[in-house]
Structures are given as C-alpha cells and as structure tokens.
Write a protein that binds this ligand. Structure first.
Ligand code: FAD
Length: 416
C-alpha cells in the first residue's frame, strides 16, 4: 500500500525501511534531508540499560539545585519558564510512584523489544560493521551518590539488564583507564551498543529504505487531511500526496502536524549540546556516562563526542553554545590528558513528552494516521522497535507489545 512517512530522522528513516522491507510503496518526506534530525549529532548509543524514566520520584527536589548551578545538567532561560510550566507540572505528576512504576514497566518492554528488533535489523541488513560493542560505564562522583543510585540498578536488574557494579578506582581503570581519582564507584553495562556514527547510521536507514523501493522526497509537510473512506492527503511545499497510510515522525517538530489530526499534545524539546573532537583526543575504551553531571563521552567516527545536558528553551531560541564549552571543560577535568582543541560544536532538539515515553499509536478518529515521536533521550535506542511497531500498526496487525502506555490520548486535553 502507499505509505507516507513525515521525517527522515532516526525514527522515520528506520520506519521507512521496515515498511519498505514489508513491500509497501513508501514515500519518506523530509524538509532537511535528515540534516535537522537530533540523531545527526547525538551520542550514538543504543542505550538499552536506560530503562529508568527521567521523571523519577524525588527528581523535583533535585531540579531546583541543578537550575541554580549555571554549569549544571539542566537549564531553563527565565523567559521560557511560563511556556514550559504546564509541561513541568505534568513531568512532576509523572514522577509520582504510581505513574513512575507504570512508565518504568512500559519503557522496559519497549527497550527489550527494541533490543531484539535491532538484532533482527542488523542480521537482515548486514549492519554489524556500523556498530561498536564496547559497553558503557556509568561513573559516580562519590560513594554516597553511588549508594543513592543502587535502587535504580535493582530496577535495571528486574528489567533484565546485565551489569557489574564496581567499587574501586582499580576495577574502573581496567575498563577505562585515565579517569580522575574521584571516580571510585561505577556500574558497567556490557550489552550497551554504540553506532560508529549516528549521522551515518541514520542516512543508512534511509538509503536502505530506498534500496527496498522507497522514494525520498525533500519537502516540508504543511497540512494533513484525513479523507472520508480511509485515505489521507499530505500537503507539502512540493505538492500534495494522496496516501493509504501516513506516519508522523517529525521529532520535536511534530506538534503542529498532530494538531492537524485533532490532537493537542504536550510535546516539548530538551535541547542538548556537544562537541566532537578530532582523532587522538583521548583513548576511550567504552561509552562513558558521568551520572552526576548529565553528560557522556562516546566515540564517533575517528573522533570523540562530549556532551548532553538538558536545556528547556523551545525550538525557536538561538543555541547557547557556551553550554557545550562548559561540558567540554568539565570533561577535561575528568579525563586526564583530554585534548580539547579542534572541536566542532552542535545543538540538537530531543522530542520529549513529560512522562518520558514516546507517542506510538493511531490518531483517534483517523486510524490511517500513525503517530511516532517523543522519544526524548532514546530515539536512536528505540528506533528499531518503534519501526516494527509502526509497520504493524500500518498493516493493522497486533503489535508485539502493549501500546496502551504510549497512546496519543493519554494526556488530559489531548483531543482538540
Ligand atoms: C545531545 C543529544 C544526545 C543524544 N544521544 C542519544 C543517544 O546516545 N541515544 C539515543 O537513543 N538518543 C539520543 N538522543 C536523542 C535522539 O537523537 C532523539 O530522540 C531522536 O533523534 C528523535 O528521533 P526522531 O526521528 O523522532 O526525530 P529527529 O531525529 O529529530 O528527526 C526529525 C526529522 O523530521 C524532519 N521534519 C520536521 N518537521 C517536518 C515537516 N513539517 N516536514 C518534513 N520534515 C520535517 C526534520 O527535518 C528531521 O529530519 C540524543 C539527543 C541529543 C540532543
């Protein structure tokens, strides 16, 4: 059948590949050719160990302290506070024990399904050469911070994540030498996988989709019109397409498209910053996460990418690259001998729902339109699983996991 996918970021491109592999005539529509995608500059991790939702009990006690620290992991420009307040309120509600437990279960199910889907994708498409299987080390600043994180490791264990807990600088150095002496406690997750380069991987998804017969259209989707009888029209700046099914996978920019099918969704963006350093910057052996600082260091291509953090500042404000400088400066104090010169800075827009779960499901009243966005910090990680789920929804098959926690109508006031 004729299926359109809006967005050739990581979710849309992987979905286009899954649909094309199942024999559908796919048109992958993107205004930037994917260049604008948050996946083009991200940290490149299939972070299957990250099952714990961001909206965690107690997080609202920590958040104000982070906000007060100009070098902290979270920032909100004061002018954006009124705009983000309703989202933050929902985020806070999502962090209550009952909802947190449900989100953790849903996230764990999507992670397990995505991990299995990645294995299928890599096997069927021959993609192993684009992966690094070097695990991840999560470092804590102190024994106290490690102890506070232990319940989270217990939850990971329950979710089936394999890990080793390390309690000495010596044990840590066996995995990653060259770290500052303050890091004496860590968790190591061996099944964590990185891509060699996330931009390359995302492009590869679109290229493979084309190889299976998909058409890539560089155009901006401006309006969606579900038609009587079950078809759908997409109005773009390059003409109008008539399709049997349509997938909205436009990442952080999906809100106006969802509104066109009657949904007012609390989609915001968590902006993240990083610096990509040239080859030889540091001898990195694994993906390194600084748990108390909200940033990571990973290998990308021949180089090294240092970054993360969260800035709640919407889609329109100019980037504040000094956040990337701050993270690089911190990294230089944590990784001895890190060469910080010659880097390239970047900012990307994570598409984020307040309950840390993506939206995956048909539009109410227009089941020919499937929504797939809001993956937050985990869009690459959950892209293989989401792609299979989308293909099932498009074909009207029962999806592999319960999609109720991901339904677009889970927020009050979603119907507009
Ligand atoms: C600093 C940083 C580090 C990250 N690290 C990781 C990581 O290690 N692992 C991980 O899993 N995730 C990571 N993420 C998150 C991940 O990058 C996102 O979750 C993911 O890119 C979202 O995928 P998406 O396809 O929904 O949106 P995107 O990848 O952002 O793609 C959206 C696409 O839609 C297109 N588009 C938008 N509107 C329209 C329109 N109207 N018409 C046509 N095209 C349109 C855009 O041009 C864009 O190409 C990171 C993000 C950041 C910012």
């Amino acid at each position: 059948m004729d299926v359109g996918v809006i967005g050739a970021g990581i979710v849309g491109a992987t979905a286009a590949l899954a649909l094309a592999r199942r024999g559908h005539r796919v048109t992958l529509i993107d205004r930037s050719g994917g260049e604008e995608s948050a996946a083009f500059g991200n940290a490149g991790a299939f972070a299957f160990a990250d099952v714990i939702p961001l909206a965690t009990p107690g997080i609202m006690r920590k958040a104000p302290l982070w906000l007060l620290d100009p070098d902290g992991p979270l920032s909100v420009p004061p002018g954006y506070l009124p705009r983000i307040a309703p989202w933050l309120l929902r985020f806070w509600r999502a962090s209550w024990r009952d909802r947190y437990g449900a989100a953790l279960a849903a996230q764990s199910a999507l992670m397990a399904q995505s991990q299995a889907a990645l294995d299928r994708l890599v096997r069927d498409e021959g993609l192993e050469h684009l992966l690094r299987r070097e695990g991840q080390i999560q470092l804590y600043d102190s024994a106290a911070s490690y102890r506070a994180a232990l319940p989270g490791w217990e939850e990971r264990r329950r979710a089936g994540v394999r890990f080793d807990l390390l309690q000495s600088a010596g044990a840590i150095a066996e995995i990653q030498p060259g770290l500052a002496a303050r890091f004496t406690h860590a968790g190591f997750t061996p099944d964590w996988v990185n891509v060699t380069d996330p931009a390359l991987w995302t492009r590869e998804m679109a290229l493979r989709a084309e190889r299976h017969g998909a058409t890539v259209l560089r155009a901006e989707a401006r309006m969606i019109r579900p038609l009587e009888g079950g078809a759908v029209e997409v109005v773009t700046d390059a003409g109008t397409l008539r399709l049997a099914r349509l997938v909205i996978a436009a990442g952080a920019w999906s809100r106006p498209l969802a509104r066109a099918v009657g949904l007012g969704l609390p989609l915001e963006t968590e902006r993240g910053y990083n610096t990509t350093l040239p080859a030889g910057a540091f001898d990195l052996r694994t993906h390194v996460t600084f748990a108390d600082h909200g940033f990571v260091v990973s290998k990308v291509g021949e180089g090294l990418r240092v970054g993360g953090g969260v800035e709640l500042a919407g889609l329109a404000r100019p980037p504040r690259m000094r956040r990337a400088d701050t993270l690089l400066r911190k990294a230089a104090t944590f990784l001895s001998g890190l060469r910080t010169e010659g880097g390239r800075q970047w900012m990307g827009f994570r598409p984020s729902m307040p309950d840390s779960l993506p939206v995956i499901g048909p539009a109410p009243g227009a089941p020919q339109v499937v929504l797939a966005f809001g993956h937050g910090h985990l869009g690459l990680t959950q892209s293989p699983g989401t792609a299979e789920l989308i293909a099932d929804l498009v074909e009207g098959r029962p999806p592999a996991i319960d999609l109720a926690p991901f339904r677009p109508t889970r927020f009050a006031g979603a119907h507009r």
